[in-house]
Design a protein around this ligand. Structure first.
Ligand code: ZN
Length: 218
């Protein structure tokens, strides 16, 4: 039931986005790799790939990660763990609330332009503390830099468009925040938008369920 409601929320906020790498039959696409890794994680059949001295040696000369993961800093959803990946597989950008400013954009552009990642995932999660702080922000102002994160989220059009009746629904607010991240990246000039328009880059949203470890992609 939870899975269906999360998919429904995704359908409200994000349009379908199917692009490159889906027709490769002799190996998994980046998105398929993440889905398979999360299946390993949730089923308890972890492979723990690419975590040996051999892999360290392979990576001495450079890195070729297959996906960029823009996720919340929350300690319960480390990308390499929940997607059963190893060293050199994922290029991670992590901030509380998976908020994306110019510095994060620069990191993403580096991974896409110079490391040739073809997939960017914006990964939010159930009961995100940053979103909960935003939801409570009318009652409490933080006298520190946490307030900057709250102000960023409050300024998102997707959050402003959430109906008043749903502003206490944390899942709904999380989905709006994920949608914002995806929309920001898809419209980002001069790098990401042009690659998306040419079907050379896929940008998707994803939601991590703290109850069972499943990642739901849109
Ligand atoms: Zn969070």
């Amino acid at each position: 039931m939870k899975y269906l409601s999360i998919l429904l929320l995704f359908s409200l906020f994000l349009s379908c986005n199917s692009t490159a790498n889906e027709n490769n039959t002799d190996q998994l696409s980046p998105l398929e790799k993440l889905k398979a890794g999360n299946e390993n994680f949730t089923s308890g059949h972890l492979i723990h790939p690419n975590q040996t001295p051999v892999r360290i040696n392979e990576l001495k000369g450079g890195q070729h990660p297959f996906a960029v993961i823009v996720s919340c800093s929350d300690s319960r959803l480390s990308p390499e763990l929940i997607f059963d990946q190893g060293l050199g597989d994922l290029f991670s950008i992590r901030t509380a609330g998976n908020v994306i400013g110019d510095l994060e954009l620069g990191s993403i552009e580096y991974a896409v332009e110079h490391l040739h990642c073809k997939l960017v995932v914006v990964l939010g999660h159930e009961n995100c503390g940053a979103i909960q702080a935003y939801a409570a922000s009318t009652e409490k102002k933080h006298n520190d830099h946490i307030q900057n994160i709250i102000d960023y989220i409050a300024d998102e059009e997707e959050e402003k468009n959430v109906p008043d009746s749903l502003k206490s629904n944390i899942d709904f607010l999380v989905m709006a925040n994920i949608a914002h991240g995806v929309n920001v990246l898809k419209e980002s000039e001069p790098v990401l938008k042009s690659l998306v328009d040419k079907n050379e880059l896929t940008i998707v949203g994803a939601y991590y369920d703290l109850d069972n470890g499943h990642v739901i992609f849109k």
